[in-house]
Write a protein that binds this ligand. Sequence first.
Ligand code: HEC
Length: 123
Amino acid sequence: MKKTLSIIFGVSVLFFATGCEKKEEAKITYKLTTEQVYDQMCVKCHGKNGEGNPKKKAPALNDQTIQELRLGITDIKMGGSGVNSSGTQHEVMEHNMKKIIEKGMDYDTDLMAQYIHDHFNKN
Ligand code: HEC
């Protein structure tokens, strides 16, 4: 599993470096759209408008730049190195990421960052 993830990561870095047109071809097809995944999974903890949820200790996402989101989301998806995480509840997210993938709710990290930024960022 770890190996597969690092291959996927490697490939996406490669495509990132070689330009965007190529990225289209390499796109994995996900069962659900990014929006559906957010509405079904992330909303519980991060809120309808990315405002966060103190009860779940989930930080607001609506004040983050697209770069921060991308880093944070990639980090979470890779199992969490804590690079861009402001929280200490990393295991919460790690655990949840496993569930997310188990449920077939995997998503593209760039698209997710884009989605959250475009819909919720108020800056
Ligand atoms: C069970 C509650 C829960 C769910 C579901 C959840 N999160 Fe989180 N999220 C957290 C918590 C708690 C943190 C802070 C601790 C951490 O970084 O692990 C966090 C941190 C983050 C961060 C890093 C923000 C920062 O400033 O550190 C991002 C980005 C993020 N979540 C995106 C998502 C996305 C995208 C989804 C849906 C696929 C999702 N989360 C689902 C609870 C949740």
